[in-house]
Design a protein around this ligand. Structure first.
Ligand code: ADP
Ligand code: GN1
Ligand code: MG
Length: 369
């Protein structure tokens, strides 16, 4: 549980805090999240916050991470004001602690942060998910990138270095195959063969980013539906949250990663591959929302590579699962011994679907340019 001392550390009037109602939010997988409602002693509603304990076993540089979030949310708030929007609904708002930082280090060394609760918000995935949901999700990513399109991405630290360096992920796969630490390589020769046969796609984004052919932007890196907040009543998108993995990178990372999850007909660990298809309708709807909102700032080179990005990001995740399987499941949590292999095969099935339909997918994306 969160202690009252941590909560008080984010108040300037700490002697006057009221009656606190604390609820643990279970939906996230990374941080410990608490919703805190503060009522004055007279019972009137006074404040509504989200407190999070940062998972420092995944995020080794919490101060660099918080500096990233501070820079990005300040910039997004400024852009929101310029666009006539309420900044407290258009982005996360960080509170300052008694340590005069946007975080608080408790006596045990844990890092805490506090956000204003986004007013009247719920996650995009709490309502029934339909193809139209993907128009909204694509629009939310476009808004996020637009707000940050004039932000200097090189100011951000790389929270997890080389996160979407697909070439490097490929190199790691080759190491995992040759070391074969789990002794499982013989269980997955065909999968390894497929993975190695796709080396030609590994440089498509990273090489262009390095040569300057693709612009360096602020990327979110976790664009799933549960990280998009909507207004409970109007159902309109408010903003993207969960900014821990905000880093410099390519806009294509976020587009591709969103389709990796949102373009599939099945869960990421569905073992029956006859149920796993890439859904062109979801791709179409996401393009409608994303290109519709981002076409005026995306470059032609970015727009040209959207279908490939979906394949590359799905492939990259597949080879991360396969490498982890070969390494003996040291990174992703698994529920049974073959879990990572099942996930890898599932991702490779989607990659084949996408690569086999590139022309059609380009046709769909081009409708919205
Ligand atoms: P994790 O990294 O563990 O996924 P998130 O930052 O996504 O953590 O937070 C978990 C959940 O808490 C979100 O899915 C959302 O429901 C809720 N949440 C987080 N921040 C806010 C906020 N500022 N306002 C309202 N709800 C929030
Ligand atoms: C991890 O934390 P979670 O479950 O949202 C991983 C992503 C992968 C995803 C696959 C920091 O995301 O990169 O795409 O699993 N996050 C990290 O399910 O490695
Ligand atoms: Mg989340």
């Amino acid at each position: 549980m969160i202690s009252v001392d941590v909560i008080k550390s984010f108040y300037t009037d700490i002697e006057n805090y009221g009656e606190l109602e604390i609820t643990k939010i279970e939906s996230g997988h990374i941080n410990r999240t608490y919703e805190v409602k503060d009522r004055t002693l007279a019972g009137t509603f006074r404040g509504h916050y989200i407190f999070q304990r940062i998972n420092t076993s995944i995020f080794k540089d919490p101060e660099g991470l918080m500096n990233n979030i501070m820079l990005v949310t300040e910039h997004a708030a400024k852009s929101a004001v310029e666009a006539g929007r309420d900044p407290k609904a258009a982005t996360l708002t960080l509170m300052k602690s008694v340590q005069d930082k946007v975080y608080y280090v408790d006596p045990e060394g844990y890092y805490w942060r506090c956000y204003l609760f986004l007013p009247n918000s719920v996650n995009l995935d709490v309502v029934e998910v339909t193809p139209a949901t993907y128009v909204q999700a694509g629009g939310a990513l476009a808004d996020f990138q637009r707000m940050l399109s004039d932000f200097d991405a090189s100011k951000l630290c790389e929270v997890i270095p080389g996160f979407h360096d697909t070439r490097n992920r490929f190199k790691n796969l080759k190491t995992a195959i040759s070391e074969n630490r789990s002794g499982r390589a013989d269980n997955c020769r065909e999968d390894i063969e497929f993975a190695l046969s796709q080396e030609n796609i590994t440089g498509m984004i990273i090489d262009r980013l390095r040569s300057g052919a693709l612009p360096l932007r602020v990327t979110h890196n976790d664009t799933k539906l549960s990280n998009i907040m909507i207004d409970k009543d109007t159902r309109e998108v408010m903003c993207l949250i969960d900014l821990d993995t905000v880093m410099p990178g390519s806009a294509l990372y976020d587009f591709g990663d969103a389709l990796r999850a949102g373009g599939s007909s099945a869960a990421e660990d569905e073992a029956d591959l006859s149920k796993v298809h890439f859904l062109e309708l979801n791709f179409d709807k996401y393009c409608e929302g994303y290109i519709g909102g981002a076409r005026d700032f995306l470059t032609p080179e970015e727009l040209d590579l959207l279908p490939e990005a979906a394949a590359i990001l799905t492939y990259e995740c597949g080879i991360r699962f396969l490498s982890d399987y070969l390494d003996g499941d040291t990174y992703f949590s698994t529920k049974y011994p073959e879990h990572n292999l099942v996930r890898a095969r599932n991702q490779f099935k989607l990659v084949k679907d996408i690569l086999g339909n590139l022309d059609r997918l380009h046709g769909i994306a081009n409708k919205y340019r």
